[in-house]
Design a protein around this ligand. Structure first.
Ligand SMILES: [Ca+2]
Ligand SMILES: [Ca+2]
Length: 110
């Protein structure tokens, strides 16, 4: 389901057909997404670049299918947690501090 969606996104927004979304293409994608959600929000090229940076795991400056897939999975998980289960994933994750071997609850910074 999500995979098909990702394919459609690339079909539509990867306008130069090089298999990755660059900042221009991401900007078009996000702005259409906002329009479909009925919000007046738009993002500019700088915001598109920042968005790419946050999901660009191999740091090539572009978003490939796997990166977009991972980003959407995270987004949807966060959304589901927030809206349906009313617990945020960041509230339920713990980390072990190797310095003093304490276990700390992650603070939600969203
Ligand atoms: Ca492209
Ligand atoms: Ca990349």
């Amino acid at each position: 389901m999500l995979k098909n969606y990702i394919e459609n996104v690339f079909e539509k927004y990867d306008t130069d057909k090089n298999g990755v979304l660059d900042a221009q293409e991401m900007m078009a994608f996000f702005n259409d997404l906002y329009k479909n959600m009925g919000t007046e929000n738009t993002i500019n090229i700088e915001q598109a670049k920042a968005a790419i940076q946050s999901i660009d795991t191999n740091n090539d400056g572009n978003v490939d299918r796997a990166e977009l897939f991972a980003a959407f999975k995270q987004l949807m998980a966060a959304y589901l947690f927030d809206h349906y289960l009313e617990i945020s994933p960041c509230k339920t994750s713990f980390s072990i501090n190797s310095n003093n071997s304490s276990i700390s609850n992650h603070k939600c910074n969203r």
